[in-house]
Ligand binder design. Structure first.
Ligand SMILES: N[C@@H](CCC[C@H](N)C(=O)O)C(=O)O
Length: 285
């Protein structure tokens, strides 16, 4: 049986998109998704995203498997890709949406709202960051406390970390220079540190200016990726909480820039960036 798919990327963070609008659970198993993500024997991607029927009054539901088959709660770059994918599916069915056009998307992290802009960029209302240790989850503080600039011992070195959930968990460390971070060595140790019972995404941030951050990321379930949207949002929030940047800043990732704003008015985080169709195809299962 063949599986029709579209491959998209958001700043090099790449995904296989599957039209799952007629079934209420993903049409692939985690193992099938993992095999399709393999860059040698599959299509190659950081994850597989399923566009499902909407739940809780939403237009659609997004589910995602990481390239290791695990299921995260949310994906920032992925939801921009899904918005473009939905636009293409609707246009193919002669329902061309108007722009700017928003979708209400239910995720395991709650309701997320991407808006397609007339310039091709997508702005996503990512909801409110969750700051308490119990919400992340992390054991570096009592469940009802925040983890801001706390020590974490990794491979005999103490890092000062700030932990934020954007629905999925992030651990942020400030560095002098992102080019000197031994990501392949310490990334997996952060991800599977005993302080993080559901593993963690690890971000390393260089504050270049109060409105410009550089970021390296090691993703839970996917390893080093070219960009992470939820990670960039968590990084901006962590940097504000540490008094090192403005509430609006550009976060420069290996794959390019994202504009992130943490609104002082409604506490929501907004992410703006691109999503690009790479190719469509049919995969053998
Ligand atoms: N790349 C994504 C995040 C994908 C999920 C992450 N690996 C996790 O397990 O939490 C993004 O752009 O946010």
């Amino acid at each position: 049986m063949g599986l029709a798919f579209s491959k998209y990327h958001g700043l090099g963070n790449d995904f296989i998109l599957v039209d799952n609008r007629h079934q209420s659970s993903p049409v692939l198993t985690p193992k099938q998704a993992m095999d399709l993500c393999d860059r040698n024997i599959g299509i190659g991607a950081d994850g597989v995203i399923f566009a499902l029927p909407g739940e809780n009054g939403a237009d659609y539901t997004m589910r995602i498997f990481n390239s290791d088959g695990s299921e995260p709660e949310m994906c920032g770059n992925g939801i921009r890709c899904m918005a473009k994918y939905l636009e293409a599916l609707e246009a193919a069915a002669d329902q061309p949406p108007t722009t700017p056009h928003s979708y209400q998307i239910h995720t395991l992290a709650g309701l997320i709202v991407p808006t397609l802009q007339t310039d091709g960029q997508i702005t996503v209302d990512m909801g409110e960051p969750r700051l308490l240790a119990g919400e992340i989850p992390a054991t570096l503080a009592h469940a009802s406390e925040k983890i801001i600039d706390q020590p974490l011992m990794v491979a005999d070195k103490t890092y000062q970390v700030t932990c934020i959930s954007m629905g999925n968990p992030h651990c942020i460390t400030f560095v002098e220079d992102t080019t000197t971070v031994p990501l392949a060595k310490i990334g997996p140790l952060f991800e599977r540190h005993q302080a993080f019972p559901q593993r963690i995404n690890a971000e390393f941030i260089e504050v270049v200016r109060p409105d410009y951050l550089k970021m390296l990321v090691w993703e839970r379930g996917a390893g080093p990726t070219m960009a992470c949207g939820t990670g960039a949002c968590a990084a901006l929030v962590a940097t504000v909480l540490n008094g090192k940047c403005d509430r609006t800043a550009t976060v420069e990732l290996p794959g390019g820039p994202l504009k992130i704003e943490w609104s002082a008015t409604n506490n929501h985080v907004y992410m703006t960036g691109p999503a690009v169709l790479v190719f469509t195809g049919e995969a053998a299962l």
